[in-house]
Design a protein around this ligand. Structure first.
Ligand code: CAA
Length: 257
């Protein structure tokens, strides 16, 4: 039997979802994203669950969209996989979600953490948007949620250079809620989730809803705009070269076409 891409557990009023493709550093294949969105919707509809923790393992929260899957995908293939988009389903969750990030949170992995409502990071966590090195751009909120979180000047540098940052820097620039030692970040994320779960559930949901409203109007338009630019890049030779180079473990040679 094929191993599940995610593990789902209940700890009282806290639902815990663990991304479970350790050999691929939890690369976010479309199958994994759909299973994750299904699990999240199940928790969202369950009155006994009041807060969700999303985690990976100590090496990787998620190293991004699945480059091996995307390298063979045309813009048309990507569009077909979008209906309905698991990313949009995740963003619609009413209950608060805490991301517990142990290691790499890169590309779509960083975007997934930013889609959660709070991030507890291990001191060893590494965040970044390295899509530019593959000849593409972030396509799941990296240009939008990251910019809202840390401001234009810093978001621009991270998106244009692909530089990875550590948990301390991510905390200082306002990307993460809290940094914790490697052996206790998951427990601290669960403790935060238990605190949220102890509050009035409807108040917690509407508090989340209201905080997101702070930028929601412009966010929706921005996410659609980002996705279009992301999909356009799937028809370029540079995308083919960037992803082939990753698979072949060499530097890409971009030509601007
Ligand atoms: N997709 C598919 N497979 C991936 C992956 C990804 N994003 N990231 C890592 N893997 C695989 C590797 O190919 C490797 O598989 P093999 O053993 O079969 O070769 C395995 O996971 C372990 O990875 P490495 O050997 O590369 O491990 P490392 O410790 O040397 O490096 C790393 C770790 C720096 C995270 C490196 O794996 C890396 O750079 N990964 C890609 C990061 C990236 O570019 N993410 C953005 C993806 S695009 C995206 O996310 C678009 C979007 O917006 C949705």
């Amino acid at each position: 039997m094929e191993e599940s891409n995610i593990l789902v557990e209940r700890e009282g009023a806290v639902g815990v979802i663990t991304l479970n493709r350790p050999k691929a550093l939890n690369a976010l294949s479309s199958a994994l994203m759909n299973e994750f969105a299904d699990a999240l919707e199940t928790f969202d509809a369950d009155d006994e669950i009041r807060c969700v923790v999303l985690t990976g393992n100590d090496r990787a929260f998620a190293a991004g969209g699945d480059i091996k899957q995307m390298s063979d995908s045309t813009a048309a293939d990507m569009v077909k996989r979008e209906s309905p988009s698991p990313w949009k389903r995740v963003a619609k969750t009413r209950k608060p979600i805490v991301a517990a990030v142990g290691g790499y949170a890169l590309g779509g992995g960083c975007e997934l953490a930013l889609t959660c409502d709070m991030i507890v990071a291990s001191e060893e966590a590494r965040f970044g948007q390295p899509e530019i090195d593959l000849g593409i751009i972030p396509g799941a909120g990296g240009t939008q949620r990251l910019t809202h979180a840390i401001g234009k000047a810093r978001a621009m540098e991270l998106v244009l250079t692909g530089r990875r940052i550590g948990a301390k820097e991510a905390f200082e620039i306002g990307m993460v809620t809290k940094v914790a030692p490697p052996d206790s970040y998951l427990e601290e994320a669960k403790e935060l989730a238990r605190t949220v779960a102890s509050k009035a559930p409807l108040a917690a949901q509407l508090a989340k809803d209201a905080v997101l409203k702070a930028y929601e109007g412009s966010l929706e338009a921005g996410l659609d705009y980002e996705r279009r630019n992301f999909l356009v890049l799937f028809s370029t030779e540079d995308k083919e070269e960037g992803m082939a180079a990753f698979k072949e473990k060499r530097d890409p040679d971009f030509k601007g076409r």
